[in-house]
Design a protein around this ligand. Structure first.
Ligand code: ATP
Length: 247
C-alpha cells in the first residue's frame, strides 16, 4: 500500500475489499441503494442478479468508473472511494470489463506490452502469466479482430493479471461464449484463484458462478437480497426463483 494511502485509513476489517452501503446514481436515477459486500483474501465472491439489478454498476463503482455518491469502498483497509481508477488498479485491483476492452488492430503481444509498460512489469512476468493461457501464447502475433470470443476473454484476463492484482474483478466473463469455452474460462479462473488471487465475479451463468464461488451475493433493484455460501443459496429456492429466475 502506498504512503499516500495512509492518509485515508478505513476501519479495521479482515476483508480485502469492503464495500459499505454504497449509493450510486446515473443523473437522478438512484441505481445502487446501499450495497454492502466484502471479499476476503483468497476468496471468490459471485455477484448475481437479473438484468438491470445493478451488478455492472457495483463493479464500476468499486473501481471509480462511476462515482459513488454515498458510502465507502475500502481495499486492504484503506478508503479508496474517491481515488482515480488508474490509482485503484495500481494498488492491486485488476478489472476485466464486460466488453473485454480488446483493440481489433493491436496484436496479442501489443496488448500485453502496453499493460506491461503501464504496470511497470517485465517480460518475465508476462511469460509467467502466459503459462496459465497456452492458447493466447500460441497467438502472440494475431490481431484482436482475429481472436475468437473465448481468446479475447482469455487475453483480457491475462492482461489484468500482469500487474499481480490481489483482487481480480470480472464482469460476465462467460457472456457470448460456447459452453465448452465457458468451461475453459471457469477452469482458468480456478487456476487463478489457486495462485491466491481473490476474485469478485459478476455472472449471468449461475452454474459457472456457483462452481467457482465461496460466497454469493444476490442483487435486485440496487439492493442486496442475499449473502451466503452456494449451499445456503441452494437451500433457499425462493431466493433463486424470485431474484435469479431459476428453481
Ligand atoms: P445486466 O446484466 O443487464 O448488465 P446489471 O445488473 O449489470 O445488468 P447495470 O448495468 O448495473 O445492471 O444497470 C443497473 C441499472 O442502471 C439499470 O436500470 C440500467 O438501465 C441503468 N443504467 C446502467 N448504465 C446506465 C447509464 N450509463 N446511464 C443511465 N442508466 C444506466
Amino acid at each position: 500500500m502506498s504512503q499516500a494511502a495512509t492518509a485515508a485509513q478505513a476501519p479495521a476489517t479482515d476483508a480485502l475489499l469492503d464495500v459499505r452501503e454504497i449509493h450510486t446514481y446515473y443523473g437522478d436515477s438512484h441505481v445502487l441503494q446501499g450495497v454492502t459486500l466484502d471479499v476476503k483474501p483468497g476468496e471468490c465472491v459471485a455477484l448475481l442478479g437479473r438484468n438491470g439489478a445493478g451488478k455492472t454498476t457495483t463493479l464500476r463503482s468499486i473501481v471509480s468508473l462511476t462515482p459513488v455518491r454515498r458510502g465507502q469502498v475500502s481495499f486492504g483497509g484503506f478508503d479508496i472511494t474517491r481515488w482515480p481508477t488508474h490509482r485503484i488498479i495500481r494498488e492491486g485491483i485488476g478489472y476485466v470489463p464486460e466488453d473485454r476492452g480488446i483493440f481489433s488492430s493491436l496484436s496479442v503481444r501489443e496488448h500485453l506490452d502496453v499493460a506491461m509498460w503501464a504496470g511497470k512489469q517485465t517480460a518475465e512476468r508476462r511469460d509467467e502469466v502466459l503459462k496459465i493461457f497456452p492458447r493466447i501464447s500460441e497467438r502472440m502475433e494475431h490481431f484482436g479482430q482475429q481472436l475468437s470470443g473465448g481468446e479475447q476473454q482469455m487475453l483480457s484476463i491475462a492482461r489484468a493479471l500482469l500487474t499481480k492484482p490481489k483482487l481480480l474483478i470480472l464482469d460476465e466473463p462467460s457472456e457470448g461464449l460456447a459452453p465448452i469455452i465457458v468451461d475453459e474460462v471457469r477452469d482458468t479462473l480456478k487456476e487463478v484463484k489457486g495462485t491466491g488471487t481473490s476474485i469478485l465475479l459478476v455472472e449471468q451463468n449461475v452454474a459457472m458462478a456457483l462452481a467457482l464461488a465461496d460466497r454469493v451475493v444476490v442483487l435486485s433493484q440496487g439492493m442486496v437480497q442475499f449473502t451466503g455460501t452456494p449451499a445456503e443459496l441452494e437451500a433457499q429456492p425462493q431466493i433463486k426463483d424470485t431474484y435469479l429466475g431459476i428453481a
